[in-house]
Design a protein around this ligand. Sequence first.
Ligand SMILES: Cc1ncc(COP(=O)(O)O)c(C=O)c1O
Length: 463
Amino acid sequence: MSGSSVHIMLSNEYYKASSTSHFNCHYQRTIMLKLNSFTVTDEKTHPTQVMRRRATLSHKYELFYRDPLNPVQAQDAWITDASGRKYLDAYNNVVSVGHGNRRVIDAMTNQAKMICTHTRYVNDELCRLSERLTGKNEGNNEWRSIFTCSGSEANDLAMRVAMQFTGGNGFIVTDHAYHGLTALTQAITTSMTGYLELSNRLGLEIATIPSPVGKNEGNSFIDGLQTAINDMHSRGIRLAAGIFDSFFTSDGLGLTPKGFLDDAVRLLHDNGALYIADEVQPGFARSGSYFWGFQTHGADPDIITMGKPMGNGYPMAAIMFKALLDDYIMDSYFNTFGGNNVAVAVGHAVLDEIEERNLLENAHIQGEKILSELEQLKESCVNISSVRGSGMSIAVDVVTNDGAPNADGAIRIVEAMKQRGVIISTSGVSGNTLKIRPLLIYTNEDTNFLIDQAQSAVRTVFS
Ligand SMILES: Cc1ncc(COP(=O)(O)O)c(C=O)c1O
């Protein structure tokens, strides 16, 4: 096992060059760490697989692991590779009600056999799905929804609505965020290079602020937000929205102190900006406490975007927004596949699974157990500096003996976990955060297996 698998892209020449024309209160970052990501050109993939991928797929596709995984079958929380080896899935947050979920598959196939059309025909089940989703955020507001096929599309639409409503083009995002791959959403995706150039071309004004991960957490986040708002105002930029993943997942998971997001939203509202809650990762009961991530802070979003676990693998996503924003959607809205009958049937099946199997509670129970065991591991290992999480969203920071971010150590743990039959990955601005996202359906045995292997992997890597 070696740390040479770290793939570092010296990438931010443009980032540095252009940051003078944009407000950036956190632009010291000079390298972007792409951990556990390998391209077919870096000679770490099996030769025949390399040749085939190079010949037919874009070279921009990446692979996880130096010795990539070839999964062929999966059931519940377990993935089987081509050699028959089984791996516990502690990473894939799409199939959160389980690989091969019978209820979801039955809903999908039964509906496909019956009829699959689009939203231009009456469909009571579509309305019922909207009612079920909007009902997850009780309050005084009337909510409406639009169904899309991906989280990117949902965020893209949310950004356009915010621009139309406010007349602004200023967006505030954190400094290692991921919000999607359409033109607009990539222009605010600070975890990828090139976003500033793209935002320039699109006429957007982007302010990046430190995520609430690490020192001072939510407090420094509020300070950064205030500074960004002041800077935008002083430059005559009208704000459209702050768009944040409610758990700051790609930034490395920022959860504390509870309530800071509510304060941030008030600040946005006081300054004429909307709050777009990107719930693509934290939504659908992952927090183990509430259905939506922002609810852990009592925050009041104007637009909620969702995707990933919504269809348990069927490509579906949506935005929910305060009804007054409906008039600011340009012309009419039609999405060929978004909200089709199969998507609607799948959407109900996923919600049925979460509700009838008490998966919110299960996420809480299993997540607490994982967190407390990892917390104990931290006490006995100087190379683990922080363990944090909520339900089935868990982050572990890996550091050197001197306490510096240790991206190499993190990737070695990821590899060691794979050798032990568990799939996890890394994230965070320094790439030293272990990203652990168990499925909501974990049994006690799954949880114990994850904990045992994590303890063993960490001890082996740092022995
Ligand atoms: C927080 C967040 N927002 C948006 C997206 C984009 O979703 P999709 O890949 O479905 O377009 C992602 C995808 O990883 C995400 O993590």
